[in-house]
Design a protein around this ligand. Structure first.
Ligand code: WQD
Length: 320
């Protein structure tokens, strides 16, 4: 038996691959290597294919059969909000089309368990201080829309042919579980700030006039290793018969503002981080924090690492 991990050579996927390997599970990785790197997955076999293309179906069928695959963890997707606004068709084709190819191949091969990377972007700009899975999901960009559709697709496959799925809605993932698996893309706040520090530039704060205590946006930062552990908990949960929910927030339940993150960066790096305040970034909700009671109560998972752990591990990996 093995677990097939799509996007397993990427930042989050490679953390899950390593945890699976550590607990003795055989892993096969499917990745188009557009952002992924094979050196991240150890000795796991890598099938190089883009799930959004026609080549995906035969490649998956072969991988399922050759490796006796019992479950899939599906990360492979495009994940940049701004890019999704500029190129919506590409996001629908890649994220939804890739998911359709995957589900079709799973049904054909009789692979019946799936953990799906969903996103807090499915909530859009919520009006509540914390968000619950049973509250409104009104994504405000094509990226979040494709993730919400992905959740609908897993549910429909459950009805149609008995797929057992868990949709994990990630909040703001950062940090590194191992120095060689850090987030090498400069797309999110913490790596953006590190990159600015390296360049001797002032990091930018996107707006300080939000209705929050210090005026900057509040997010729920979750350590990538905690998030990776949530995938193992979800996978184990799919093996049980009692599965009351299929969608879970994965966050800490505690928010931090942009200025609080910068204060942590200052404390960890010793560099005097003196930001400039820019205009608000379009589409940023003032606050996005997870209610974690469902995942804690149902999967028995909760985050163990602090914002300090996140920034410290991210910085160590970044330095490397
Ligand atoms: C965090 C905060 C910015 C850069 C995105 C996706 C979301 C999820 C996580 C996966 C915001 C502020 C940022 C900068 C800043 N991904 N900021 N200066 O937008 O909360 O979430 O990643 O599913 O779906 O939307 O993350 O890291 O871009 O921003 O002030 O230079 O930092 O305004 O408040 P975001 P982020």
């Amino acid at each position: 038996m093995s677990v097939l991990v799509t996007g397993g050579a990427g930042y989050i996927g490679s953390h899950v691959v390593r945890l699976l390997q550590q607990r003795g599970t055989d892993v096969v990785v499917v990745d188009d290597l557009s952002n992924g790197r094979t050196e991240r997955v150890g000795d796991a076999p890598v099938v190089e294919v883009d799930l959004g293309t026609d080549a995906a179906t035969p490649a998956l069928a072969r991988a399922f059969a050759e490796h006796d695959v019992d479950a899939v963890i599906h990360f492979a997707a495009r994940k940049q909000v701004g890019e999704s606004v500029a190129q919506p068709a590409r996001y629908w084709s890649q994220n939804v089309g890739g998911m359709a190819n995957l589900l079709q191949a799973m049904e054909t091969a009789g692979v019946g368990k799936l953990v799906f990377s969903s996103s807090a972007a499915t909530y859009g700009a919520p009006s509540t201080p914390v968000v619950r899975e049973d509250g409104p999901a009104e994504p405000i960009n094509p990226y979040g829309q494709t993730k919400l559709v992905g959740e609908w697709m897993t549910r429909a496959a459950g009805v149609a042919w008995g797929l057992r799925a868990a949709n994990l809605r990630y909040f703001n993932v950062a940090g590194a579980g191992w120095d060689d698996l850090g987030d090498s893309a400069v797309m999110n706040l913490i790596p953006i700030v590190f990159s600015a520090l390296d360049a001797g530039q002032a990091p930018a704060v996107f707006g300080d006039d939000y209705p929050t205590p210090d005026g900057t946006c509040i997010r729920d930062y979750v350590h990538v290793l905690d998030l990776a552990q949530a995938h193992l908990a979800a996978l184990d949960h799919l093996a049980t018969d009692d599965r009351p929910y299929d969608t879970f927030n994965v966050g800490t339940g505690t928010g931090a503002s942009v200025l609080e993150v910068l204060a942590e960066v200052r404390a960890v790096t010793g560099v005097d981080v003196d930001p400039v305040v820019n205009a608000r970034r379009a589409g940023d909700p003032p606050q996005l924090v997870a209610d974690v009671s469902r995942i804690t109560g149902t999967l028995g998972w909760s985050a163990t690492k602090s914002l300090r752990d996140i920034v410290t591990s991210a910085w160590e990996a970044w330095r490397r």
